[in-house]
Design a protein around this ligand. Structure first.
Ligand SMILES: Nc1ncnc2c1ncn2[C@@H]1O[C@H](COP(=O)(O)OP(=O)(O)OP(=O)(O)O)[C@@H](O)[C@H]1O
Ligand SMILES: [Mg+2]
Length: 210
């Protein structure tokens, strides 16, 4: 089992959209996919899962105790677990990083967002967890800023080659229990490319490369 945590202390950067998007792609490869929602607020991954019709894959794992115990309980069942966090609870974010095999840190395109993303990357490093930053909500009109943001982030760790474009499909999809990439072919190609990179990162980590 491989556990991927998607987190940032910045709000609205695409954590839940990526958790949904990546878990749906994983579920196309194996039915044994779990998702954990560490955000109790409305409009979170749990509501998306309910709107999707409570599928078996990806399956919303119930929280019963400490996160590490919950993840362990499902270790024999799932091939992949995706953990989505709230941006606010730093202790819980740290717990989610501690149980992860690899961490995905979404960020918007701006210097301040990039600097905000650093906080969790520091935690990842502290706990020896491989991580990658990913630009979400990218638009070619801000290409120069995206390059600056990526350059700033690359000083702190890996930046995934894939960027997730700005598109209304991400805003429209959740209300139908869908993910943006299920509505838009370009978003689909991007999420698939990101998924390949996340798998590479996790495989390298499990192979002891990091
Ligand atoms: N690539 C994208 N293009 C356009 N809109 C997007 C994109 N990704 C996410 N969004 C929209 O941005 C908003 C925030 O996304 P999301 O809920 O995934 O972020 P989050 O980091 O989980 O937020 P929170 O910190 O509140 O949990 C949502 O309205 C979502 O539909
Ligand atoms: Mg969220």
């Amino acid at each position: 089992m491989t556990t991927i945590t998607i987190t940032s202390t910045k709000g609205g950067v695409g954590k839940s959209s990526l958790a949904a998007g990546l878990s749906v792609l994983a579920a196309q490869e194996t039915r044994q996919v779990g998702i954990v929602d560490l955000d109790e607020t409305l409009g979170s991954l749990s509501q998306w899962w309910a709107l999707r019709g409570e599928p078996a894959a990806p399956y919303l794992m119930s929280r019963e105790g400490a996160l590490a115990d919950d993840v362990q309980r499902y270790a024999a069942i799932f091939d992949w677990i995706f953990i989505d966090t709230s941006p606010y609870d730093l202790a819980l974010i740290e717990e989610a990083i501690r149980v992860a095999d690899a961490v995905v840190i979404p960020t918007r395109t701006s210097f301040f967002d990039a600097m905000g993303a650093r906080q969790v990357s520091d935690l990842c490093r502290e706990h020896g967890k491989p991580f990658g930053f990913v630009l979400v909500g990218y638009h070619r009109s801000v290409d120069d800023l995206a390059q600056q943001t990526e350059a700033a982030l690359s000083a702190f760790g890996t930046v995934f080659r894939t960027k997730i474009m700005f598109d209304r499909c991400f805003m429209e999809a959740p209300i139908h229990g869908k993910t943006g990439p299920e509505l838009n072919a370009k978003a689909q190609a991007e999420m698939a490319a990101l998924w390949r990179e996340v798998k590479e990162l996790a495989a390298a980590a499990q192979g002891g490369a990091q």
